[in-house]
Write a protein that binds this ligand. Sequence first.
Ligand code: DC
Length: 224
Amino acid sequence: MKTTNIAIDGPAGAGKSSIAKAISSELGFIYVDTGALYRTVALYAQEHDLNTDEALIKSLDDIEIDLNFIGGTQRITLCDEDVTDDIRTPEISMGASRVSAIKEVRDFLFDLQKKMAREHNVIMDGRDIGTVVLPDADLKIFLTASADERASRRYLEMQEKSDCPTFEEIKADIIKRDYNDSHRAVAPLKKADDAVLIDTTDMGFHEVCEEILDLIKERLDIEV
Ligand code: DC
């Protein structure tokens, strides 16, 4: 059976994951957060002091990553240990941006992403889903927002944490990651030619969901 695949790409903090979660639960699709894969490789590199690209490349065969879906929510394991919550730190965000520029790391994670899309109806979010991982996706969205807006959303999200960075720190991290992610030689962050661009700077969460659900109704042969 052919599965239906929806790709959502865009820069850090554009709202990809919350939007993709809401839409996938509406459609009964699996939401695959591919950033978590790069974050998990970064966690492995951090835990094993793999500070050079060469050292990390040599260790890739030892990295066992699995995705499981519990009540529609993605959990990720690294060598059988659940690391879903451990990968959400600013250091790992920056580490993920670093390791994601390594071609061998991208190749290593490619098959797992393809397999998920082959076996399930998915909404997959990331940076290169519409351009590299699922170039034949049934619908491609490129979600973006201004750096200020993205930083203030992240800041609001993170405020409950005791060690919340300042707004300026979050914004500086976002700008640095945008630069890294869109200037790397392999699979840089960019809008696929056939992706629909949605700038959410002045849009509310429900408005964005509605716009995407309308696109799904218009373009895909599925009930919404
Ligand atoms: O979506 P995120 O913030 O969790 O992603 C963390 C980093 O991983 C991001 O800065 C770039 C990288 N990434 C990537 O290169 N390709 C993807 N498909 C997803 C994430």
